[in-house]
Design a protein around this ligand. Structure first.
Ligand SMILES: O=C[C@H](O)[C@H](O)[C@H](O)COP(=O)(O)O
Length: 283
């Protein structure tokens, strides 16, 4: 592994251990586990925490996966998985941990770089809080700064019409995601759907809108919330890889279950430190 890659992996691991230390305890009943390369360290940290702090007698910690790979990571760590649709009807998850592809200063996220987003959003919105773990490359002032496009999960039969609609919204170069060996065709999600990657101009934040900037899509300039809602309205779209709107705490205050935006993001930094951005401090 190159020095640069080692720094990135070490940053992810440090952020994960800090996030778990701050937001997990052994008496929790249901905990969500996201997908991707960063969450692997989150599961490692949870396993280490449980070994050092065993749960109370007869208490089970259940881990809700967000896809096939996430379930495998849970099982390989010797933790107990429970499928999302096996949760008791009124049960909320205490917390869910997940990674992100890019995070803006309001903690809106882009997710789906690894083709997981639908189940991640289901789990985040069923959690009292979504805690995001990332490395320094993901920390940006606005979404679509470094990360080039919005992943969108679509029904296979509708992919061409969704591409057409996206063009009308200003994404002229949206593409169906294919395996690197193109002859094997489009990538399929855990729902056997397709992923479209849709580039847009850098997104405005809610703060920009409050300050009078127009994020309505005029001249191809969108704000995070308006674009997420507009893409979700397209027929054939299952879910959009923009995790915005309310966070879990705001949602509960509004009498709803949970929200898709993290309450905190833990960024592992290049110098070995961890920077924590909390929703409460910026809203
Ligand atoms: O589709 C994948 C998920 O949304 C991931 O959480 C996201 O892509 C971040 O992945 P990684 O931790 O590998 O950067």
């Amino acid at each position: 592994m190159s020095d640069a890659n080692e720094r990135i992996e070490s940053a992810k691991r440090k952020a994960a251990f800090r996030a778990v230390a701050d937001h997990f305890n052994s008496s929790m009943r249901f905990v969500g586990i996201g997908s991707g390369s960063t969450i692997v360290y989150g599961v490692e940290a949870i396993k280490a925490h449980l070994a050092a702090n065993p749960p109370p007698p007869n208490h089970m910690n259940w881990f809700v996966p967000t896809g096939w790979n996430s379930r495998k990571v849970i099982e390989e760590a010797g933790l107990l998985p429970i499928a999302f649709d096996s949760l008791p009807g009124d049960a909320m998850l205490e917390v869910c941990f997940d990674g992100a592809d890019e995070v803006d200063e309001e903690l809106n996220c882009i997710k789906g770089g690894g083709a997981c987003l639908f189940q991640e959003k289901l789990v985040a919105c069923r959690s009292k809080k979504f805690v995001c773990i990332a490395d320094y490359r993901k920390d940006q002032k606005r979404l679509l700064t470094n990360w080039p496009s919005i992943p969108i999960e679509v029904a296979p039969i509708a992919h061409a019409s969704v591409l057409r609609e996206l063009k009308l919204l200003g994404s002229t170069n949206a593409k169906l995601r294919e395996h690197s060996l193109a002859k094997t065709g489009p990538i399929q999600t855990d729902q056997s759907f397709y992923i479209i990657d849709a580039p847009f101009k850098t997104l405005l934040s809610a703060l920009d809108v409050k300050n009078g900037h127009d994020g309505s899509g005029k001249d191809g300039v969108w704000d995070v919330d308006t674009l997420a809602a507009r893409i979700k309205q397209i027929n054939g779209v299952l879910e959009v890889g923009i995790f915005a709107g309310m966070n879990g705490v705001q949602a509960q205050r509004a009498g709803l279950q949970g929200g898709a935006r993290p309450v905190a993001v833990y960024f592992g930094l290049e110098d070995g430190e961890v920077m924590v951005k909390k929703a409460a401090e910026i809203e």
